[in-house]
Design a protein around this ligand. Structure first.
Ligand code: SF4
Length: 322
């Protein structure tokens, strides 16, 4: 496995090599808003109930233009995409992330419909706080994957992390489990995923009961990335002990240490730019020009990717090549 970091160049050959690793699905993460109704200490999201009016999702036409451009550029048959030199894939999934995407309410449902019309498979990652039964009924039919971020089963820990509404209201695990059952009833092919960010406040916890209740098909365990705030960072040994404590869920676990996360996601920010993380970058993130101004190809050519981590995530998450 190579460990090189690539900066894709617009001038690279358009012809992919005969043999490249193959995965079923390529995932593009669109962080539709920076606003979130939670305030996790380790997160860049702003604790706001209302998104920035300049965020692109407000404009339906620009939203459709952005999604069309992304779908065209990352379509598996687009020979002009240099990523094809590293990977081949069969379908493209748009993952709606934030901030907290569910605070968009009806606009989120509208974006979901546009994304499906454009041709994307669709998923969402949410803190669950606004995934009401009525929203689940509307959005579940569009989704192939429903991701929920859960860090702790302990109310005190959730409060300390910042996983609570301004009013102090916490997520009710029973209510969440009921809503997930409803989503599965509406869409039995839905994959349910949990994301847990392991940090100083939850590193000693046993989440087995919570995971058994939700019964996810995938459980992503991420070591907190100390880009925004290093005060909750944990050691290698602490992270390994957390993973080991939950080895009973090994078959669904997808473990990501900090080095696995760097430059290994395809991410679009709320203003329609590619962005990428790396600890050596000032401010933690590198941004491209706006995709709608320069086109996906020119914007993507400025992005660096760790191709080894990129490939191994897809291989690990999606059940292997082909
Ligand atoms: S719930 Fe997610 S987006 Fe919101 S503050 Fe926490 S980590 Fe950030």
């Amino acid at each position: 496995m190579r460990t090189n970091i690539l900066i894709f160049s617009a001038n690279r050959s358009a012809t992919p090599p005969a043999k490249v690793p193959a995965v079923y699905e390529l995932t593009i993460n669109w962080h539709v808003t920076e606003a979130c109704n939670y305030s996790c200490q380790y997160c860049y999201a702003k604790w706001k109930d209302y998104p920035n009016p300049r965020e692109l999702f407000h404009d339906r036409r620009r939203t459709r233009d952005l999604l069309n451009e992304l779908f065209r550029y990352f379509h598996p048959t687009n020979t002009n995409n240099p990523l094809r030199e590293e990977l081949s894939w069969k379908t493209v999934r748009l993952n709606l992330a934030g901030g907290e995407p569910s605070i968009l309410g009806n606009r989120l449902l509208d974006i979901a419909e546009i994304a499906r019309e454009v041709g994307f498979q669709l998923s969402i990652i949410s803190n669950g706080s606004r995934l009401t039964r009525s929203m689940i009924k509307e959005i579940a039919p569009h989704l192939t994957c429903l991701g929920i971020s859960l860090d702790s089963a302990n109310p005190t820990t959730n409060m300390e992390i910042g996983r609570a509404l301004r009013s102090g209201k916490l997520l009710d695990p029973q209510e969440l489990a009921g809503n997930i059952r409803l989503a599965l009833k509406i869409n039995p092919r839905l994959t349910v995923k949990l994301n847990t960010v392991v940090n100083l406040l939850n590193v000693g916890e046993d989440l087995s009961g919570l995971v058994q209740e939700i019964r996810p098909q995938r459980w992503k365990i991420l070591r907190m990335l100390p880009i925004v705030d290093a005060s909750l960072a944990i050691s290698d040994e602490e992270f390994a002990a957390f993973v080991q404590r939950h080895r009973a869920f090994q078959s669904v676990q997808c473990v990501e240490d900090n080095r696995d996360m760097c430059e290994s996601y395809l991410m679009i920010d709320p203003f329609g730019r590619f962005f990428q993380n790396h600890p050596s970058l000032a401010g933690g993130y590198l941004y491209s020009d706006p995709i709608l101004s320069v086109g996906a190809h020119a914007a993507f050519s400025k992005m660096a990717f760790n191709s080894a981590s990129f490939q191994s995530r897809y291989t690990g998450e999606l059940g292997g090549t082909q």
